[in-house]
Design a protein around this ligand. Structure first.
Ligand code: FAD
Length: 245
């Protein structure tokens, strides 16, 4: 198997998504391109030579040598607080990728799509949404986005006008905006039955978020009759349904 090389990446732009998350746009000379759903490894090196590396999903289609990552602060985490609070434009990290070949959506695909995001699990699913739009695909997408409260929404402005063929259901776990009929709570069978596609449509399902969330959502999709081979999952780590969803 080909070994991926570490590349120098310079931070070109920062976009604040929420109080605890930001999108980092890196310039990576000779970036080879990537597919929606893939991720990269980011390596930080301290002055004493100590290194730490973590995986981060690519948030959009490749744009020449620019790649976007969106990082959520994990309290007491080693790497994420540096990326969300310390790193500045012009700073360098190392980046390796793209990684992953299963949790991907290709624009030539014709099957309807169900996207199920828990917290920062929206990131690779947003790459699929943006890739669909960029490619002019008419494949119908449905997104279920589980998050703690409305202030946690990533890409809020962009998702406010989703455009034709993309339906979005927000599932708030702690507090919902006034007028929301669904009471706050974790994802349930009815949410997927109403906000997703019926199994008879044979949609491709992509589920991403903290491990507990992904396992719960995938089980619900199975209970609704979706074929296991059509359910693709990506786990970001952490147990339980996650503090962040
Ligand atoms: C394929 C893949 C793609 C990923 N993409 C993204 C992404 O796009 N955006 C993003 O913000 N993160 C993403 N992650 C998670 C990321 O790799 C790190 O795990 C996360 O940033 C925490 O790293 P840390 O060094 O700050 O915390 P650590 O020092 O590694 O951990 C500190 C504590 O937090 C817990 N913890 C670790 N990860 C999480 C988590 N995800 N949620 C809650 N608690 C956690 C640990 O169990 C530990 O107790 C992805 C992970 C994988 C495997």
């Amino acid at each position: 198997m080909r070994r991926l090389a570490w590349r120098a990446a310079e931070l070109a732009e920062i976009v604040t998504e929420t109080a605890t998350a930001r999108t980092l746009r890196f310039r990576v000379p000779e970036w080879p391109g990537h597919l929606a759903g893939q991720h990269v490894d980011v390596r930080l090196t301290a002055e004493d030579g100590y290194t730490a590396q973590r995986s981060y999903s690519l948030a959009g289609p490749a744009d020449g040598d620019l790649v976007d990552l969106t990082v959520e602060t994990v309290p007491d985490g080693e790497v994420s607080p540096y990326l969300t609070q310390v790193i500045e434009v012009g700073d360098q990290v190392e980046l390796r990728g793209p990684v992953g070949g299963w949790f991907v959506w290709r624009p030539e695909s014709k099957a309807p799509v169900v996207l199920v995001a828990g917290g920062s699990g929206i990131v690779p699913l947003m790459a699929m949404i943006r890739t669909r739009r960029q490619a002019g695909s008419r494949v119908p997408f449905r997104l279920l986005y589980s998050l703690r409260d409305p202030d946690r929404r990533y890409y809020a402005e962009e998702l406010r006008s989703p455009g034709p063929g993309l339906d979005i259901s927000y599932l708030y776990t702690r507090s919902a905006p006034p007028g929301t009929s669904r009471p706050p709570g974790r994802i349930m069978l009815d949410d997927l039955a109403e906000g997703g596609w019926p199994a008879t449509f044979e949609p491709d399902c992509y589920v991403c978020g903290p491990t507990g969330f992904v396992e719960a959502a995938a089980d619900l999709l199975l209970a609704l009759g979706h074929a296991p081979e059509r359910i693709r999952t990506e786990r970001f780590g952490s147990s339980g349904q996650g503090e962040l969803t």
